[in-house]
Design a protein around this ligand. Structure first.
Ligand SMILES: Cc1cc2nc3c(=O)[nH]c(=O)nc-3n(C[C@H](O)[C@H](O)[C@H](O)COP(=O)(O)OP(=O)(O)OC[C@H]3O[C@@H](n4cnc5c(N)ncnc54)[C@H](O)[C@@H]3O)c2cc1C
Length: 499
């Protein structure tokens, strides 16, 4: 390789000119994709030293048109700031909730400048709306089964939605047999993702440690552990002392017991999307980014196709896999979904030496944190006062609440600096369980949404089963999770939702 290609553009993440050319060659030249594909701008300099250089290379290669040569979205904090500084903010910061407007697209109104100029095909057998993990995993599975012409449409870059914004926690510790089995299959698939799809998703099985701070939660984890054991998991309820042996930095006076499964873990979410998208294309499916579905055509009680900002595509089957935007997309077909979007915030610290094996979660408060393969502490915390809405902005209130909760549980982390904060939307249904399968009254319109804060760890198994079911196989989950259950009052009981 010539010396000039070895030149480092991003010193924090060790990204060279060659790495940027590689990203461009793989179809990720826009700055948001480039950041995710190479990691540039995600380290301690927060992009201050590398962003301009990377953009100049993309411009020199004519990789993106001038209107798309914009900086990536700046993430708070403006400078690395210690967790203790946030934890010590006055109570007013965490008092009343101040709703803010949702993030606007960086490219303004109209079609994205990176929208491919080629027309879409006039017809497809199956159109999938949404290029998150659900839509892409489904496209890959359908294409592998020879399901005909599959077209997946994503309005932004890959990783635009919740699938590019999540914490990467994957666990089989659930409290219904269906979710335990779905998660078990998904995690097993994640372990062989690289062999199947040729990209490393950095599965690290450091376990999941759920902390119970009161008697009622203790009873719930005992019930869960018994059920999980019957499904072949190694889960056991352990004492605070035993939890302290697994994570010595925990203040063990803060909880009564813990549920521990050493085989759960964390993944790096982004490569899943690139892997599934490339794999689906290799199998003959078409995956189109920067292409927005603007209408769904329905007549005579069945779906006929979609309208997009690149033209019309007829199709007998349309799958709504648009995550938190699924109700908006369903309304295009005159269908009301009960899903409601809620912002969920998350933050990443400076990289630390590897010290934390499991993902730790305090049940009740919704605090969770884990250490990524790059050494960062990545964590979040639900906010009971969060208002519903498609809001992806970041707040100081979250940093103050998270900083306090985490530094109380792990006092040593108070000194650690926070680097990057962002938010995504949970896609929440009334019973916190997904919406899958047919839509009453609109034949051919299929639902695949409502995965709250756990869609990532369910996607590989759900997508496999959905593709088989669409091919004619019988499968009870498409009855159990049918949208009809809300009208029929058949809500599902699941108790291990976190965040
Ligand atoms: C902060 C956070 C942390 C999380 N942590 C975890 C975790 O640790 N483990 C876990 O398993 N899950 C986690 N989740 C949940 C998980 O990320 C989601 O359940 C999952 O990614 C949902 O995937 P999806 O494909 O349904 O939706 P998305 O990934 O949101 O994809 C939907 C896509 O549809 C596109 N779209 C919308 N409207 C249109 C349109 N009109 N035309 C074309 N495209 C459209 C959007 O741009 C989007 O890319 C977390 C979520 C958040 C927000």
């Amino acid at each position: 390789m010539p010396l000039s290609e070895k030149a480092i553009v991003c010193a924090c993440e060790d990204v060279s000119v060659h790495d940027i050319d590689d990203a461009i060659e793989h179809g990720y030249p826009d700055i948001e994709s480039l950041k995710r594909y190479t990691g540039l701008g995600t380290g301690p300099c927060q992009g201050k030293s590398c962003e301009v250089g990377a953009m100049r290379i993309c411009a020199q290669r004519n990789a993106v048109p001038p209107p798309a040569q914009v900086p990536f979205r700046a993430r708070p904090p403006l400078a690395p700031t210690s967790m203790a500084a946030y934890a010590g903010l006055p109570a007013g910061v965490t008092g009343a909730r101040h709703p803010t407007a949702g993030l606007r697209p960086t490219w303004g109104r109209g079609a994205h400048p990176l929208q491919p100029p080629a027309p879409l095909p006039g017809s497809a057998d199956i159109v999938i709306v949404g290029g998150g993990i659900m839509g892409l995993a489904l496209a890959w599975n359908l294409a592998g089964r020879g399901a005909g012409r599959v077209l997946a449409l994503e309005r932004g870059y890959l990783c635009e939605g919740a699938s590019g914004r999540n914490g990467g926690g994957v666990r089989a510790q659930w409290t219904t047999p269906t979710l335990i089995e779905l998660a078990k299959e998904s995690i097993a698939f994640m372990a062989r993702f690289a062999q199947e799809l040729g990209i490393n998703v950095w599965l690290r099985r450091g376990g999941y440690l759920f902390l119970a701070h009161d008697d009622e939660t203790l009873r719930r984890i005992e019930y869960g552990a018994e059920l999980q054991k019957r499904h072949g998991l190694a889960t056991r309820v352990i004492t605070p002392g035993e939890a302290g042996e697994i994570v010595p930095q925990l203040d063990t006076s803060k909880f009564l017991a813990a549920s521990w499964n050493p085989e759960d873990g964390v993944v790096f979410p982004w490569p899943f999307l690139w892997g599934y998208a490339d794999g689906a294309r290799r199998r003959g499916a078409q995956v189109e980014t920067f292409t927005r579905v603007t209408g769904i055509e329905v007549s005579g009680g069945r779906v006929r196709g979609v309208q997009t900002d690149r033209g019309r595509v007829t199709a007998d089957r349309v799958v709504i896999a648009a995550g938190a935007w699924s109700p908006t997309v369903a309304r295009l077909a005159g269908v009301q979904l009960p899903n409601v979007p809620y912002r969920h915030e998350i933050v990443s610290s400076e990289p630390l030496k590897p010290f934390l094996g499991p993902l730790v979660s305090m049940l009740g408060t919704g605090l969770y944190f884990s250490q990524s393969m790059r050494g960062e502490i990545v964590g979040g915390m639900g906010d009971p006062d969060e208002e519903p809405g498609l809001n992806q902005t970041s707040s100081l209130r979250f940093l103050a609440r998270y900083g306090r909760a985490l530094s109380e549980l792990v006092p040593q982390l108070g000194a650690v600096k926070l680097l990057r904060q962002w938010a995504g939307c949970y896609d929440v249904t009334p019973d916190h369980s997904p919406v899958l399968g047919e839509t009453p009254g609109v034949a051919g319109l299929l639902q695949m949404s409502g995965f709250v804060g756990h869609g990532f760890m369910m996607a590989p198994a759900v997508a496999r089963r959905m593709a088989e079911w669409m091919g004619g196989a019988k499968d009870e989950i498409f009855e159990r999770y049918s949208v009809r259950r809300f009208a029929e009052g058949r809500l599902i009981k699941e108790t291990f939702i976190i965040g």
